[in-house]
Design a protein around this ligand. Sequence first.
Ligand SMILES: [Zn+2]
Ligand SMILES: [Zn+2]
Length: 205
Amino acid sequence: MTCLVAGDCVLMRPSDSAKPSYVARVETIEGDSRGANVRVHVRWYYRPEESIGGRRQFHGSKELFLSDHYDVQSADTIEGKCTVHTFKGYTKLDAVGNDDFFCRFEYNSSTGSFNPDRVAVYCKCEMPYNPDDLMVQCEGCADWFHPTCIDMTPEEARKIDHFYCQNCSSGDKKKLQNSHAMSRKTTDTKVTTLCWVKTEISILS
Ligand SMILES: [Zn+2]
Ligand SMILES: [Zn+2]
């Protein structure tokens, strides 16, 4: 292991080799004076499927939650470093490598709650943004839409230059709405509360 420092994110070998590597953030590193028996204090990242609410449609394939679950592990289980990006940083990556992840929520592993517990939603389906999904932005209201929710194929959505949603393209108030769009965008973001724990459990049982 080369140059591991506190704050690094690492992939750790799971006991069950069929599972994907665990992801953790290194808090502190301890070893004896010769650098042997190195142990790392880590804070685990959870994958959505490891959370009480499970994986939801809006969770990205590389999404992780920074948990409140701390642990001490032998440094031998570290497979290598990885990068956990902010949500914004992740959406700006030109290419997503195997070792790229992102985190937008902290997760309380005993209550199943998230911080922040509210997240902006988009589209007619009012879903939080999944960075893996293609979306098109309306030039009128600046909301984002899934191609399938507006009867468009992904191919059509990729080719489209100017898109106006149903609300913005109906009637002849289009110009007026356009001029209001910019001020509306920052003040009127729809949000949803992340409190699905109870409903998810009732679905599963
Ligand atoms: Zn949608
Ligand atoms: Zn619109």
